[in-house]
Design a binder for this molecule. Sequence first.
Ligand code: TMP
Length: 205
Amino acid sequence: MQTQFIVIEGLEGAGKSTAIKAIEFWLNQREIAYAKTREPGGTPLAEELRTLIKQVRDEVVTPEAELLIMYASRVQLIETVIKPNMAQGKWVVGDRHDLSSRAYQGGGRGISDELLDPIRHAVLKGFKPDLTLYLDIEPKVGLARASARSELDRIELEQLSFFERTRQRYLAIAAEDASIVTIDAMQTIEDVHQSIIDALNRAYP
Ligand code: TMP
């Protein structure tokens, strides 16, 4: 089988880290070599961009600046980490990818598709995940989990309505794209784990 790019997506507190462990468990059982990435970040330059964009700052950060930083990070990661790993025969497991920008910057921040689409297409040039697992959670449940874990960053400090819009965009895109599987992240950890294994088994019988 060709190498695959599998992405995990979801709002803060949806349980992405636990979900990634389930994917790793499944890959290890099948003895598939893989690399892990995260966005924004995943290369030295992109990790610096991650720090910059998450920092709470006095200055207003425009949605457009935020968007471009996300795509600067993404293009660096795709070209220097994801594609080279796949060329070497490894699968790649991504903690977030392009769908995050469509949901957070498009849905949450309200950036139009007129701006978003040309940037996406210029950066991605048709590159897309083979499978995306979207962990769906109510924002207030996710944010309560995230704030119990650590201090909230600049994006996490947004109002609930921002995350409601982001979630609605995730759900709308997932409903139209067969490569995105929606998983109920409000189930028990064991059930989320099993749902992920089931989704992987269905995608790769
Ligand atoms: P996390 O990966 O630890 O959840 O942090 C990443 C934060 O950045 C999270 O709040 C979602 C946000 N984000 C965007 O707004 N757009 C993007 O394209 C990506 C990759 C992340």
